[in-house]
Design a protein around this ligand. Structure first.
Ligand code: SAH
Length: 465
């Protein structure tokens, strides 16, 4: 280990910052965040640094550096682009045994500054020992995505309960187990979602000996997006990595499934058209049962759970049973397919609104308002429309939508098998018949489809036969 990591308490302590440009401003910002008083010396000083100094009772010296500037300081940073000056500051500081950092010049530093993930009071510092700062920053970016922004609130939660927990468990081992359960369970999720009172209540009950709440699991209803795993949200990814069991259906892509925690039990629950691996009522019940066993249950659905996803029905039963749950939106097929096909769903010149419509015409509860769908300034996106495609086109034309309205059928959108078939309302059914098309497909109707020709950008790696 080349460096010894420490966390310095700089509150109200004077720190010398020489330099007033962009780099100095970045350093000054972090020092101010840690509560330091800034003494800034430079012929020209940025507006942001000036306001930082004003806020924390610091000092501004608009002139060249003098050795005396180090007087009374606990730390020095040189952020100038004059080599000789940087060397002098470093030598002066070392003569006084003051820790000194010269930005981007490890040889002149007695300490280096890490990349920081700030979830105060939790702070994570990453360093490559000055060897590869970009690598340290990449590691930071990875951690930033994995650790929720509100993670620091967990530390506050733990600190506010610390004494009471200590009083309740006298041996360290039970205490550790208790905290592990709290910090990874429903109380933590409530805290992230800003439901502080509910989290406190949960802990209070557990401490009072009521095991039922904490041993109860929770359900995450998560949108897995249309296929490309990179379209997952950060929250989706985090919950996927902490689930004990996952219930998924056919629309969830393999790439997305690969990101679910390796040890999680996987339960396939359908649904192919006409082939329901599991009835909806059974899925609803299974979610309840698994959560009651204390599991963290991930209900992973294609696209967005609240768009043609029956997500509402699945959580109704959970709500009735008082099981904690959260809903994480996903990129719905319409947004994903449209983006990856280069078809803006609205456009000032072509479409002032967009409608997501079910194309599942055979269902008893489908009753489409065809006259409304004929409006030429509106983009229509049909989900589940492959089987009824011909009927959809004929009905639209019969109700007045122009027969030459451009349309696109997008097969396996956002995946490496994506295919886009463009035609018009009269001919698309024949085009589909002539090509070997497989579900899932999304059907887009409207003038915006014209833009596909000029705005297409996504090229799947795997060519279709
Ligand atoms: N909740 C999902 C939709 C479920 S309904 C969402 O928000 O996207 C299932 C329909 O979604 C399919 O019949 C198809 O029309 C559409 N779909 C889902 N993923 C798709 C994809 N990758 N490419 C094309 N269509 C898709």
């Amino acid at each position: 280990m080349d460096y010894f990591p420490v966390f310095l308490d700089l509150k109200n302590r004077l720190c010398l910052l020489v330099g007033g440009g962009e780099v100095a401003t970045r350093k000054g910002r972090v020092l101010a965040k840690a509560g330091a008083r800034l003494r800034i010396v430079a012929p020209e000083i940025s507006a942001e640094l000036r306001s930082l100094v004003a806020q924390n009772n610091g000092e501004l010296h608009e002139r060249e550096y003098h050795t005396g500037d180090l007087q009374g300081c606990v730390l020095a940073i040189a952020a100038t682009d004059i080599e000789a000056l940087n060397e002098k500051i470093s030598a002066d500081a070392q003569a006084l045994n003051l820790p000194v950092n010269v930005v981007d010049t490890p040889a002149l530093c007695t300490y280096i500054t890490p990349a920081i993930i700030d979830r105060s009071p939790l702070v994570i510092a990453v360093s490559s020992g000055g060897e590869a700062p970009v690598l340290a920053r990449l590691v930071r970016a990875k951690l930033e995505t994995l650790i929720p922004a509100s993670y620091g609130k967990l530390a506050q939660l733990a600190s506010s309960w610390r004494d009471r927990v200590k009083a309740r468990f006298d041996d360290g081992d039970s205490r550790r187990k208790f905290w592990e359960k709290i910090l990874q369970g429903p109380a933590a999720e409530l805290t992230f979602n800003g439901q502080q009172a509910a989290a406190d209540e949960l802990i209070a009950r557990e401490l009072a000996g009521d095991q039922t709440q904490l041993t109860q699991g929770e359900v995450y209803l998560v949108g897995g997006g249309p296929g490309d795993p990179e379209l997952l949200t950060l929250r989706a990814l985090r919950l996927m990595q902490q689930a004990d069991v996952v219930l998924y259906d056919r629309l969830v892509s393999d790439g997305v499934m690969e990101l679910v925690r390796r040890d999680a039990e996987r339960i396939y629950v359908g649904k192919r058209r006409n082939e329901h691996a599991m009835q909806q009522e059974n899925i609803n019940q299974l979610l309840v049962d698994l959560a009651k066993e204390g599991k963290r249950v991930l209900r992973l659905k294609g696209g967005d759970p609240f768009i043609f996803g029956r997500g509402g029905e699945e959580i109704e039963l959970l709500a009735q049973h008082n099981i904690p749950f959260q809903v994480v939106p996903g990129i719905t097929a319409a947004s994903g397919c449209a983006a990856y096909a280069g078809i803006p769903l609205t456009h000032r010149d072509y479409a002032q609104s967009v409608r997501f419509v079910t194309g599942h015409l055979k269902s008893d509860d489908t009753n489409l308002q065809w006259p409304e769908l004929a409006n030429p300034t509106q983009t229509l996106v049909f989900y589940m429309g492959l089987v009824g495609l011909k009927e959809i086109c004929e009905s639209l034309i019969a109700h007045g939508r122009a027969a030459n309205t451009p349309v696109a059928l997008i097969e396996k959108g956002t995946t490496q098998q994506q295919r886009v078939l463009v035609s018009d309302l009269t001919s698309i059914a024949d085009v589909v018949a002539a090509n070997d098309v497989h579900a899932p497909t999304l059907f887009i109707v409207g003038e915006v489809v014209q833009l596909h020709e000029s705005l297409r950008w996504f090229t799947p790696q795997i060519k279709n036969a």
